[in-house]
Ligand binder design. Structure first.
Ligand SMILES: Nc1ncnc2c1ncn2[C@@H]1O[C@H](COP(=O)(O)OP(=O)(O)O)[C@@H](O)[C@H]1O
Ligand SMILES: Cc1ncc(COP(=O)(O)O)c(N)n1
Length: 264
């Protein structure tokens, strides 16, 4: 393990701490990694939904990233909610300049169903941002939006993965099956290799911030120098435990528990 692994998240805020940069930094900390955060949007949201969004001007995101990278280059970074094309451009330039492992959680809508990014950003994400990433972690809805393929089961997941790897220029993709029927199975595709990890579905409404947390754990593990497959397996164990032991905060879809996973 690196002596001081550093992971960076570039994402929005959730003032109730369930999703976005707060969830990410809790996950980084819990995995023994020093966390940094550059904020893309401030949201007014809670476990019941998103009440308002304020997008940070792209120039100010650029300043945050300059402050970080001119001082210390993180070992890995992730992004979550990136509402505008202008912010995506800034992130793309940073990743190209510093060439660090970069995981995209292609956040589009919140668990509550509220839209978090502009529709035109999806095209830029697909055509320009994805190719600079090491990995992307779409849920089923996001994978459908990006690939234009309907995903009903495992065979469709494989077809979509092929598009990510062969047409969109990704080295690897993790398609999360949290929204499919049956067990919660996630799939890592790297070239011709496929690793599927499934856990029994937990009957709960407390899944706010699961996608954020999952990709943050992957990023933390990559920052330590772990492989993509090792990082994926750790993230799956972490999120399962975090959902199982959710603290039951709020009146809606509550957050997960960052204290519960004790594994290596
Ligand atoms: N009810 C559940 N029981 C167990 N695991 C779940 C459940 N819901 C989601 N997960 C897992 O949480 C992670 C986030 O997945 P998903 O809900 O698909 O993404 P998102 O939060 O981006 O919508 C995945 O590892 C998924 O398998
Ligand atoms: C700032 C921010 N980023 C991401 C999400 C999505 O998280 P989830 O889909 O798990 O609710 C969110 N609700 N808010």
């Amino acid at each position: 393990m690196r002596k001081f692994p550093i992971a960076l998240t570039v994402a929005g805020t959730d003032p109730t701490g369930g999703a976005g940069v707060l969830a990410d930094s809790k996950a980084f900390h819990s995995r023994g990694v020093y966390g940094m955060a550059a904020v893309t949007s401030l949201t007014a949201q809670n476990t019941r939904g998103v009440q308002d969004v304020y997008n940070i001007p792209a120039e100010f995101l650029e300043r945050q990233l300059h402050s970080i990278f001119s001082d210390e280059v993180p070992h890995a970074m992730k992004s979550g909610m990136i509402a505008t094309v202008e912010m995506m451009e800034v992130i793309m330039e940073t990743v190209e300049k510093y060439d660090i492992p970069y995981v995209i959680d292609p956040v589009m809508i919140a668990t509550s169903g509220d839209a978090l990014i502009e529709e035109r950003s999806i095209e830029f994400l697909r055509d320009s941002l994805l190719p600079v990433a090491m990995n992307v972690t779409p849920n089923i809805h996001e994978a459908e939006k990006i690939t234009g393929q309907e995903i009903r089961g495992e065979a469709d997941v494989r077809k979509a993965a092929k598009i990510f790897l062969k047409e969109l220029g990704l080295q690897s993709v993790i398609i999360k099956g949290g929204h499919l029927d049956g067990d919660a199975v996630d799939y890592l595709f790297t070239g011709d290799d496929e690793v599927a990890v499934g856990e029994s579905r937990i009957d709960t409404k407390h899944t706010h911030g699961t996608g954020c947390t999952f990709s943050a754990v992957i990023t933390a593990e990559l920052a330590k120098g772990k492989t993509m497959e090792e990082s994926f397996r750790t993230a799956k164990k972490y999120i399962t435990s975090a959902i199982k032991n959710s603290p039951g905060i709020g009146k809606g879809n509550g957050p997960v528990n960052h204290f519960s996973f004790k594994g290596e």
